[in-house]
Design a protein around this ligand. Structure first.
Ligand code: AP5
Ligand code: MG
Length: 221
């Protein structure tokens, strides 16, 4: 499970991890944006919250994730990005996992300063065809300006990457999501990664953490 403030690099790492581990990747922000685009019930309920940079109500998002976790696709494991984001969501995830007879392996906190986050979100570009293809005008530019390296999709600025909305997303993170750091620390599964490193270095750190967790599991610790 990837935890961290807006712009910390959850999506950038999630895209790499799903390739590295061949696991399904559930990014609630991407799922909700797709629902808004398709005009589904969930999308209609979520839109106004997302536009303001507020969190969508817990009951809307919990159902969306629960449905995916019990699917066949997720039976070998999965990567979560952007969920849980509140204590009630974390509790709902615990309940769901217990019901499925499973456990969360690791909560990985990507740690970055707010100044860095603002800089990152200001220059982010996302692929219109596949939102998990993420670029930055300065830190990770595409080969050809305005086009995705992978599928040629048009690169766009996300609706919620406006200064006022970014400010509110950060405030929401501090107020509602940061308590999850203690929540997972108390359960002994919190791992911190220095998110100020390059994307390759962050990826390597996450691999290191997961290798350690696996070794400990095998040794029955
Ligand atoms: P969501 O889409 O999850 O947005 P977020 O948490 O604000 O995070 P971001 O996607 O903005 O950042 P990221 O950490 O993925 O960073 P990225 O890799 O793109 O949620 C959007 C909205 O949906 C929420 O506001 C809420 O309304 C709703 N929502 C979603 N889940 C919800 C839930 N569970 N409950 C309630 N509401 C929910 O990287 C950012 C930029 O930095 C990119 O340009 C990238 O190229 C660059 N970058 C990445 N890594 C590095 C690096 N190491 N060095 C330099 N640049 C880097
Ligand atoms: Mg993201």
């Amino acid at each position: 499970m990837l935890l961290g403030p807006p712009g910390s690099g959850k999506g950038t790492q999630g895209e790499r991890l799903q390739e590295d581990f061949r696991l399904p990747y559930y990014a609630t922000g991407d799922i909700l944006r797709a629902a808004v685009k398709e005009g589904t019930d969930v999308g209609k309920q979520a839109k106004e919250f997302m536009d303001r940079g507020d969190l969508v109500p817990d009951e809307v998002i919990i159902g969306v994730i629960a449905e995916r976790l019990q699917g066949e696709e997720a039976s070998d494991g999965f990567i979560l990005d952007g969920f849980p984001r509140t204590v009630p969501q974390a509790e709902a995830l615990d309940t769901k996992m217990t019901e499925l007879g499973r456990e969360l392996t690791a909560a990985i906190l990507i740690d970055v300063t707010e100044d860095e986050v603002v800089h990152r979100l200001g220059g982010r570009r996302t692929c219109e065809k596949n939102p998990s293809h993420i670029y930055h005008v300065e830190f990770d530019p595409p080969k050809e300006e305005g086009a995705c390296d992978i599928d040629g999709g048009k690169l766009i600025v996300r609706d919620d990457d406006k200064p006022d909305v970014i400010k509110n997303r950060l405030a929401q993170y501090r107020e509602k999501t940061e308590p999850l750091i203690d929540y997972y620390d108390d359960r002994g599964i919190l791992n911190r990664v220095n998110g100020a490193q390059s994307p390759d270095e962050v990826e390597e750190s996450i691999h290191g953490i997961l290798a350690t967790v696996r070794r400990e599991e095998e040794e029955g610790m």
